[in-house]
Ligand binder design. Structure first.
Ligand SMILES: C[S@@+](CC[C@H](N)C(=O)[O-])C[C@H]1O[C@@H](n2cnc3c(N)ncnc32)[C@H](O)[C@@H]1O
Length: 228
């Protein structure tokens, strides 16, 4: 096996093929991923077919603002696959995990009980008022919700983003319009995001890991510019 070394993005590791994070809870495999012990730490393999953020990193993502004390609003957390890797990084911060469906939420809760930097929120991201008091201002908004109105949901939740904060939208084109060319969908999504007050700084399709998906990253221009 190749040696695991730091990736060019902070707090991410690689053996040249597979990505890893430092496991915050040694011995815990969240979704069947491989654990690799190394002296006094443990690496946890980060599967790009299970996590769009890992797929985006392998596609050359250049924006990675996750730091030890970052606060992250994660919309569409499901059972916590990607959120757990972010939790491995933001150990002194918080990942607020919003999930609508009670079925994945039942698995998310015990995971969050093992990780002090993850808070589970059973809520509809269409109604951010429901978790406004709890969440407050965050450094990063990350959304992976396959709904027709996913962009509307994203823009609504930009109210939580601090000035100069970073927001990631994992777009599923076919959920927005099954008949339209995904490229047209992405152009329209970008326009809506810019209209919502974000400066789009990078984007990438997620092939070969996900078909008809695009990761879009933006930075909040100023709190005044964000339309609620
Ligand atoms: C593609 S899965 C997310 C996978 C997850 N992000 C990961 O990488 O581990 C999308 C999730 O969004 C949730 N979802 C759909 N609509 C939502 C809404 N309005 N508010 C919150 N979560 C929602 C679904 O229940 C589903 O669990």
């Amino acid at each position: 096996m190749e040696k695991i070394v730091p990736h060019e993005l902070p707090h991410v590791y690689t053996d040249g093929r597979t990505l890893y994070t430092h496991n915050l809870v040694p011995g815990q495999s969240v979704y069947g991923e491989k654990l690799v012990p190394h002296i006094d730490i443990e690496y946890r393999a980060w599967n790009p077919k299970r996590s769009k953020l890992a797929a985006f990193i392998l596609k050359g993502c250049g924006t990675f603002p996750f730091e030890k004390n970052s606060k992250v609003l994660y919309l569409g957390a499901a059972t916590g696959t990607t959120a757990s890797h972010i939790s491995d990084i933001v150990t002194e911060g918080m990942v607020y995990c919003v999930e609508l469906s009670p079925i994945p939420f039942r698995k998310l809760v015990p995971l969050c009980e093992t990780r002090a930097d993850m808070t589970p929120l059973l809520a509809d991201a269409n109604n951010p008022e429901g978790y406004e008091q709890l969440v407050g201002e965050v450094d990063v908004v990350y959304q992976d919700i396959a709904q027709r109105n996913q962009v509307e949901i994203f823009v609504k939740n930009l109210r939580f983003l601090k000035d100069r904060g970073t927001a990631y939208l994992m777009v599923k084109a076919r959920s927005i319009d099954v008949a339209k060319d995904p490229e047209e969908v992405y152009d329209s999504v970008k326009e809506q995001i810019i209209g919502g007050g974000l400066n789009v700084i990078e984007s990438s399709d997620l092939l070969p890991y996900e078909k008809d998906h695009m990761a879009i990253v933006g930075v909040a221009m100023s709190s005044d510019a964000i339309v609620h």
